[in-house]
Structures are given as C-alpha cells and as structure tokens.
Ligand binder design. Structure first.
Ligand SMILES: NC(=[NH2+])NCCC[C@H](N)C(=O)O
Length: 270
C-alpha cells in the first residue's frame, strides 16, 4: 500500500500568494482515502532566515523534521503532498536504506538548482533539487547518497543562468519531450538504479491543462504523456516514494477544475 503524507506548507515558495499552497494541499487531502492519509500539523508562521540567505529557514527546519519522521515511521512507500517543492528533500532523505540505488525523476517547470548564493528569491523551493543532492552551501541539505547521474529532470523550461551553468556538465539527464512513453523509462534504465523517487511539481504540466500554479509556464507536458511515461517507468523499477507539489488553486471552485489531473498524477505514482 501507499501512505499519503500531506504537508500543507508554503514557507519555501517564492510566490506572492504562497499560502495558496496550503489550500492546495487541503483540497487534495479531501480526496484521499482517510485511513491511508496522514495530515501533518505544520507550523503556519513564516519563521526567519537564521542569518542565512534562505527565507523562512527556521520554519522549514521544523517542517523538515516532521516530514522525515512521517516518512520514516510509515513503513510503506509514501506519496508526500505539498506544499512547495522543498517537501521532497526531507521525503527523499528519509527513504529506507542507502540512497545509492535511487534514481530521482524531477518533473518541474524549474530545475530548482540554486544555492543560497545564486537564488534570486531566497526561496528554498528554488534550491530544492540542489539541496537534495547534498549542496554543501545549504543550511538545510538533503541526506548524502543521491547522485546527479541518477537524476532525470523532466519538463524544466524556466531556469536562471546560474542553474543552466550548473546543469552543464552536472551529469543530470534532461528529458523535455514525453510524447514517446518509453523515453523516461530508458533514461531511468540508463542510470542503473534499482528504485525510483518521483517528484512532480504540477507546474510541469502545460497551463492549458492545469491552472492552479503560482507561475504558469507555457510549453509544458501533457498529463496523459506524464502518466504514460510513469507507467513505463514502473514496469521496470519500483517507485520508492513520490511527491506532488505546487498546487496553488485560486479558490475552492478553481481547485475542483484541477483535482482530476492531480488525482491522475497521484494514481501514476501510488
Ligand atoms: N519549483 C518551483 N516552483 N520553483 C520556483 C523557483 C523560482 C526561481 N527559480 C527561484 O529560485 O526563485
């Protein structure tokens, strides 16, 4: 079975209306099977930087501990429901066993490869993949063991120069076209990994199909293509865990329009 861990946090987001992410998490939670769902009691306050370049770090640190504890005690694969992308760093770090057999599929309109020094916003979500890879400059790094040559970045189309510079020669594989469903599975097979973690920021989906995101970016992936690609991945390697992040509906009525797509994505990883 799968355990759903709902993390209604917003503190890692650069968005002006970041708290919409807590509404998104709650909307999703309402559609999940109650007996298999844990909703974390997330501090609502912003917290402070602790003198670093990471906004709201003190709250993010407390949230990290809650996420790690929930994933560790689940004793079954967890689908973490954000909140912003920072949720994945703790959820990946708390996976059972060493991370050296894990491939990470990072589906996101943004590569999230900033360090605190290069981030334009100070938002931890924009540093999330870099932190998951053990960024030595991060005050809140992920657990060691994940390797860039086992990371596949899907649908990233809005990147700052510092992120493009880091990507060049990083060993990270990029996949931008999922219209052929086996491309992603082949990329995973090429990493040699035995299990897969799937991170999905819903802003990877084309805005024509999905409205409830903080910063819509054109030329995204189709829901059906991502679902088919993930099905092909699962035929080869088990999913060790997953995150659905970035759902920021403008209103409860607007949330309903996107929930079908969210549930299809959850079905693809759960
Ligand atoms: N996964 C996301 N929504 N990331 C947003 C990051 C935006 C921008 N690159 C920043 O660091 O502020």
């Amino acid at each position: 079975m799968t355990r759903f861990v709902v993390v209604p946090q917003w503190q890692g987001s650069p968005a002006a209306r970041a708290m919409l992410l807590t509404d998104g998490a709650s909307a999703i939670a309402g559609d999940l099977p109650r007996a298999h769902t844990t909703v974390l009691d997330i501090p609502l306050e912003a917290g402070d930087t602790e003198g670093t370049a990471v906004q709201r770090l003190s709250s993010l640190r407390r949230i990290r501990a809650l996420v790690e504890d929930a994933v560790r005690t689940a004793n079954e694969p967890v689908v973490a429901i954000g909140g912003d992308c920072g949720v994945s760093v703790g959820a990946i770090g708390a996976l059972p066993g060493a991370l050296d057999d894990v491939a990470l599929i990072w589906c996101d309109a943004h590569p999230d490869l900033h360090t605190p020094a290069t981030s334009p916003s100070g938002a931890y979500s924009g540093m999330a993949l870099r932190a998951a890879l053990g960024d030595p400059d991060s005050p809140l790094p992920g657990r060691a063991g994940l390797s860039p040559d086992r990371v596949i970045l899907v649908g990233a189309r809005v990147a700052e120069d510092a992120e493009e510079d880091h990507l060049t020669g990083s060993g990270i594989t990029r996949v931008d076209d999922l219209t052929s469903p086996d491309v992603l599975a082949h990329a995973v097979a090429a990493t040699g990994a035995a299990r897969v973690y799937v991170h999905i920021d819903v802003d990877v989906i084309d805005p024509a199909e999905f409205a409830g995101v903080s910063a819509p970016a054109p030329f995204g992936i189709a829901v059906a293509d991502l679902v088919a690609a993930l099905r092909a991945v699962r035929a080869r390697a088990p999913i060790a865990g997953a995150t659905i992040a970035g759902f920021a509906p403008r209103s409860p009525v607007a949330a309903v329009d996107d929930l079908g797509a969210v549930l299809r994505l959850i079905g693809a990883v759960a």
